[in-house]
Design a protein around this ligand. Structure first.
Ligand SMILES: Cc1cc2nc3c(=O)[nH]c(=O)nc-3n(C[C@H](O)[C@H](O)[C@H](O)COP(=O)(O)OP(=O)(O)OC[C@H]3O[C@@H](n4cnc5c(N)ncnc54)[C@H](O)[C@@H]3O)c2cc1C
Length: 303
């Protein structure tokens, strides 16, 4: 899903604020966990405040502090890469939002889409073997050179609107164990997702639905710590197969892209065959993506 994360998070906070026990604390990140008799019993915030809890849920993203403090190891997939993120002026060609273009030229590849905030966003894959100083590079020219003529013209015309790129590190992996007594990890904190096919937000939300289905009834009835801890393995068991499959499919796509990137012959073949086999290739490519886009398990909120 290509959504504006700030707008989405605001909507979630607005909705959550209708509950009397909800409090949104901004600017004081979790720094540490409290333990009581080998069970997590709360968090310590950056401003030295402490919050006690029957259950701490760590949904603090791919560099999760909660995961580190709980000593839940992350097994990272190899072959990681970084992404340089650019913004530039909109073009009338991109009237319909949510179309994602992948542009491949020589050994370079980038993704392009029109964001909900009305500008174009570009994600440029920065590979370990890229021999360039990205901070000094002439990006408008590099992007234009890698683009088809219609896009190159737009980039050159609006070169001055291209902001300095932001470097986003891509971490992909999974924790063998998603929980500890009194603690559960969800989303990227426990299975950081690749940006390929933009499924990380979906996967995190689907984790939350499954966790809510298991935990809300227990928390409503004031369940014991032991009863809460007992459902944590079930949440992992319900979510893990889909995460494993999604990460497999993402890494297969990454491997194909890497083959194209490294083989000039393959790129040439693909460009020659595209006009002839384009429809069939597109069809089989979309079919292969179905599981990634729609998930492999039925997920429904039941509380
Ligand atoms: C370059 C790139 C592009 C991507 N593009 C897409 C895309 O288009 N669509 C898509 O679906 N997925 C995309 N993904 C994947 C997606 O970003 C993640 O899978 C998804 O955001 C995971 O959601 P999350 O809530 O688990 O973690 P996050 O979205 O990372 O949220 C974690 C939250 O925790 C907060 N936090 C961090 N540390 C602390 C702390 N110590 N205390 C308190 N709070 C803390 C952060 O401020 C943040 O708000 C992309 C990933 C990358 C790397």
């Amino acid at each position: 899903s290509l959504v504006s994360q700030p707008a989405f998070l605001e909507a979630v906070i607005d909705q959550a604020s209708t509950y009397p026990n909800f409090e949104f604390i901004q600017g004081s990140p979790v720094q540490d966990l409290f333990w009581s008799e080998q069970r997590v019993s709360g968090v310590k915030l950056g401003d030295d405040r402490s919050i006690c809890a029957n259950l701490v849920i760590g949904a603090d993203g791919r560099n999760s502090v909660v995961r580190q403090r709980a000593n839940l190891p992350l097994e990272q997939q190899s072959g990681s890469f970084d992404i340089l993120w650019f913004k530039l002026a909109d073009s009338s060609r991109f009237e319909s939002e949510n179309v994602f273009y992948t542009i491949v030229r020589d050994r370079n590849a980038f993704g392009l889409f029109r964001s909900t905030s009305g500008n174009l966003q570009i994600g440029w894959a920065l590979h370990e073997d890229a021999a360039m100083d990205w901070k000094q590079a002439d990006w408008p020219e590099i992007l234009a050179f890698a683009s088809p003529p219609w896009l190159a013209e737009h980039i050159r015309t609006h070169a001055e609107t291209i902001e300095r790129p932001v470097l986003l590190s891509v971490v992909v992996g999974r924790c063998p164990r998603w929980y500890a007594p009194g603690l559960l990890l969800l989303g990227d904190a426990v299975h950081p997702m690749s940006p390929i096919r933009a499924q990380g937000i979906n996967m995190a939300l689907r984790d939350v639905i499954v966790a809510a289905n298991h935990l809300v009834p227990l928390l409503r009835e004031g369940a014991t710590d032991a009863a809460i801890d007992a459902v944590l393995p079930q949440i992992q068991a319900e979510r893990e197969p889909e995460i494993i499959r999604a990460q497999q499919l993402q890494s297969q796509e990454a491997a194909q892209a890497e083959l194209l990137r490294k083989s000039a012959l393959l790129r040439w073949g693909a460009s020659q065959l595209a006009p002839l086999l384009g429809k069939r290739v597109r069809h089989s490519w979309l079919a292969r993506q179905r599981q990634l886009r729609q998930g492999v398990t039925q997920i429904q909120l039941t509380v």
